[in-house]
Write a protein that binds this ligand. Structure first.
Ligand code: DGP
Length: 126
């Protein structure tokens, strides 16, 4: 039995209660198109298990973390950007603007990106 939350938006997508454009699914993760894409290709990869953020990932979730990364390459292949390249982003917490508290990797691609991701910003340590 996979641990889920009744009211979590992404748990509801996992259960099929909210429609989503599913790109890939296996016994551990599901990948679907972001409703507000910020790149020509923008897919979210989430675990079936409800885990709020990377900060809540436990040692027992090690295999889930691996499945998220393994799914990224499969999704990239399916949507045709495996060779052209892609970026994975895990927004975590308020400074990163995480808005849905169910771990998700944003898989972004489909055009040449910039690096660093914050052009013009000043790096402040401490
Ligand atoms: P983040 O800000 O990192 O927590 O990203 C959450 C993403 O979830 C955001 O890019 C928009 C997306 N999103 C929010 N609600 C829905 C939804 O109902 N369906 C889909 N497909 N994506 C959603």
């Amino acid at each position: 039995m996979i641990q889920q939350e009744t009211d979590c938006l992404f748990c509801r997508i996992v259960r099929g209660e909210i429609p989503a454009s599913i790109v890939y699914r296996n016994d551990h993760v599901v990948a679907f198109r972001d409703i507000t894409p910020v790149a020509p290709e923008h897919v979210l990869i989430i675990p079936l298990k409800h885990i709020a953020s990377l900060n809540d990932l436990c040692p027992e979730d090690e295999s889930i973390a691996g499945h998220l990364l393994l799914a990224a390459e499969k999704v990239a292949e399916i949507i045709g950007i495996r060779e052209s390249g892609y970026r994975l982003v895990f927004n975590t917490g308020k400074d990163a603007l995480q808005s849905v508290y169910h771990i998700h990797a944003h898989l972004l691609g489909g055009e040449r990106m910039g690096w660093p991701p914050f052009p013009g910003s000043v790096t402040v340590h401490g």
